[in-house]
Design a protein around this ligand. Structure first.
Ligand SMILES: NC(=O)c1ccc[n+]([C@@H]2O[C@H](COP(=O)([O-])OP(=O)(O)OC[C@H]3O[C@@H](n4cnc5c(N)ncnc54)[C@H](O)[C@@H]3O)[C@@H](O)[C@H]2O)c1
Length: 235
């Protein structure tokens, strides 16, 4: 199967592209920045370019991991988040439906579940930990990253409802290598261990989740949200 992997120059893409190839998929890596696993340098917000790539490479399924994400908030205006994360996802869904695809994997984030009261924790009056899974709500993302990821999740569900394409949203916990910014009282290995216990996963596990989802989603014939590393949040 010929897979378009967006975000192929990114942290996840660098692990996911080789993993997919090893699993037998033909991978076309797409990213706005060059990289060893990137075959096409392209902006997902450019609909005409996306259509050309689908035609030129005979794309049969998409894993959409390219995005502006939380650390980009300080670098880009809100409009760019809307263009890349929301409109870019719409472009890919429309191209996938036009090409007759049966599956679409979207990498979302647990951070859209961190509402103001969750973030405030004990200081905000919480009496017990928030257990964050796919049933958690109401969702009230507190930044433009979360808002645009939630919009893209809704687009996945809508395109399934309208066109029958299987869409799987992987609402993923943190896997970037930087230290967590919420637990400040621990340090070093002790802090890392607590991050992994409570809210993180490794980049390899995040890649494995996406790689396995692409094989399973068509059979499901459905639209779903799957937490990858659900956690109890109590800062
Ligand atoms: N890293 C984490 O902890 C984490 C947690 C939850 C969800 N996610 C999600 O997982 C995915 C991958 O995250 P990552 O850590 O690899 O991020 P990353 O920033 O390392 O990679 C994202 C890639 O997307 C590319 N990109 C940005 N704008 C683009 C555009 N307009 N067109 C095409 N490509 C574009 C970037 O160049 C980058 O290579 C993202 O969707 C992110 O939101 C990441």
């Amino acid at each position: 199967m010929k897979i378009l992997l967006t975000g192929s120059s990114g942290w996840l893409g660098r692990f996911l592209a080789p993993m997919l190839r090893k699993a037998g998929y033909a991978v076309t890596g797409l990213d706005v920045a060059p990289g060893v696993d990137t075959d096409v340098v392209c902006d997902v917000a450019d609909r005409a370019a996306i259509d050309r790539i689908f035609a030129d490479h005979g794309i049969e399924a998409v894993i959409h991991a390219g995005a502006l994400h939380k650390p980009d908030i300080v670098r880009y205006p809100a409009q760019r988040f809307v263009d890349v994360n929301a409109a870019g996802t719409l472009n890919l869904l429309e191209a996938a439906v036009a090409a007759g695809h049966d599956r679409f994997i979207f990498t979302s984030t647990t951070s859209l579940m961190i509402r103001a009261d969750v973030r405030a924790g004990k200081a905000g009056g919480a009496r017990k930990a928030f257990w964050l899974d796919e049933a958690f709500g109401p969702l009230q993302p507190r930044n433009i990253y979360g808002v645009t990821k939630l919009a893209a999740e809704h687009l996945c569900r809508l395109y399934h409802d309208l066109h029958g394409i299987s869409t799987m949203v992987l609402r993923t916990g943190r896997f970037f290598p930087e230290e967590d910014d919420t637990h400040r009282t621990l340090s070093g290995p002790n802090m890392k261990a607590n991050e992994f216990l409570n809210r993180r996963l490794t980049v390899e596990d995040a890649a494995r989740a996406a790689s396995r989802s692409i094989g399973k989603s068509a059979a499901a014939g459905s639209s779903g949200v799957c937490p990858v590393c659900a956690y109890a949040f109590f800062p």
